[in-house]
Design a binder for this molecule. Sequence first.
Ligand code: SAH
Ligand code: SF4
Ligand code: F3S
Length: 460
Amino acid sequence: MKQKGLFLETFGCQMNVVDSERIVALMKDLGYAQVDAPEKADLILLNTCTVRDKAERKVYGHLGHFKPLKEANPNLVIGVGGCVAQQEGEKLLQTLKHVDLVFGTHNIHKLPEMVQAATGEKIRSSEVEFLDRDTRLQLFPERTDEGGPTRFVTIMQGCDNFCSYCIVPHVRGREVSRPSREIVEEVRALIDQGVKEITLLGQNVNSYGIKESGEISFADLLRQVNAVEGLERLRFTTSHPKDMSDDLVACFGELDKLCPQLQLPLQSGSNRILEAMNRGYTRERYLEQVRKLKELQPDIRFTTDVIVGFPGETEEDFEQTMEVLEEVRYSDIYSFLYSPRKGTAAYDLTDDTPKDIRQARFDRMMDLQRRTSTEIWAQDLKTVVPVLVEGKARLGNGQVFGRTVWNRIVNFEGGLNLVGQVVPVRILENTTNSQVGVLDDLSETATMESKPANGAKEAS
Ligand code: SAH
Ligand code: SF4
Ligand code: F3S
């Protein structure tokens, strides 16, 4: 059978990245291999995101580019999946005549038959039905793919939090947690394949298991995964501060493989705005959690998400967010201008803050954060840090790359034989989102790995 070309574009968050890996595996069974340009493809699939208006517009932009390709080659099949597909469904087929199939976030398993129908009898179809809990758990994909030394393991899907600005619960459906036994088995299987680092993944991992009868808590799941022999590093994303239990906080002082790094979305530092956002915590509680975490794990570095310009945000509200940024000192933040999403509770809220004021606040926040980030990453200069080597550097300069415990990419001179090893690297330079280093004396690796703390070692 002649291999056919699949051009797959993935937008949005890690959930989509994992879904795309599944799509690649399913399409491989149908004889498709990935190609690097749409011109070479027999099948073009977009896995889309609709979290902000800009993300959605990008999808339509890309789809527009594919229209001439379809006109030139009527056998080309074009499909749209992910969160825009979930939201728009059948409508996409009506408005975009060059699109053949639309598959929602619960319908990836339907893709093979939809692609076959589109290639064979040229049937256009749309599948965006939400599935019930049991069906979803049965369909939960097990990871069988081969890959590098780091892997995401999905522990839950969906979100029940309904933050008032957020479309995710509407396009990903209700929250379900996978049985812990399956998760731990999957981690074991991945470690047997040579994986060294696992990131447990979900929209809100902290509420893992709460709604499943007899299931263990997220903190206990972390303990079980941490105990898997051969695992070097453990991370998780994303946390919700409202479900961050004291027991989970305690894990940062207790688990030797848990990296001292935490993405803890703040969204706003003003209690008034947090309430309007339906976030379920106060700034005081958030800061208390941060203080406890810093106490238990002094090496910890935080990252966060912040929304600027939520309807009704005053100068004072904004200042309160800036204060939290100054107190926590995040190593990086992901900040967004509020974008109204149809179907969410906040959509109808009016906002009289002029656009240029919102933008000026956003810029001020970026300035503050740039200074803090520079200071924090500068602490690494000249120190030797353990780096888990992942592969060839993307710069194409013959270097390899890996990550520090703080999830920073480090590029350095080294052979591919180092892939999968934790090696000592002296940090020489910070670039915008990564670091440049030089391999330190390899004989130190053994002592570093036996050290319980994950943190950096001072340069001698
Ligand atoms: N479940 C994760 C990720 C949610 S989406 C979490 O709770 O952190 C990623 C980020 O996008 C959110 O944290 C939020 O900061 C931002 N976001 C979501 N909806 C938004 C909107 N309508 N406008 C602007 N930013 C938004
Ligand atoms: Fe959206 Fe809130 Fe759910 Fe995160 S926790 S996905 S911000 S609704
Ligand atoms: Fe975007 Fe969907 Fe993720 S809306 S952020 S891809 S869950």
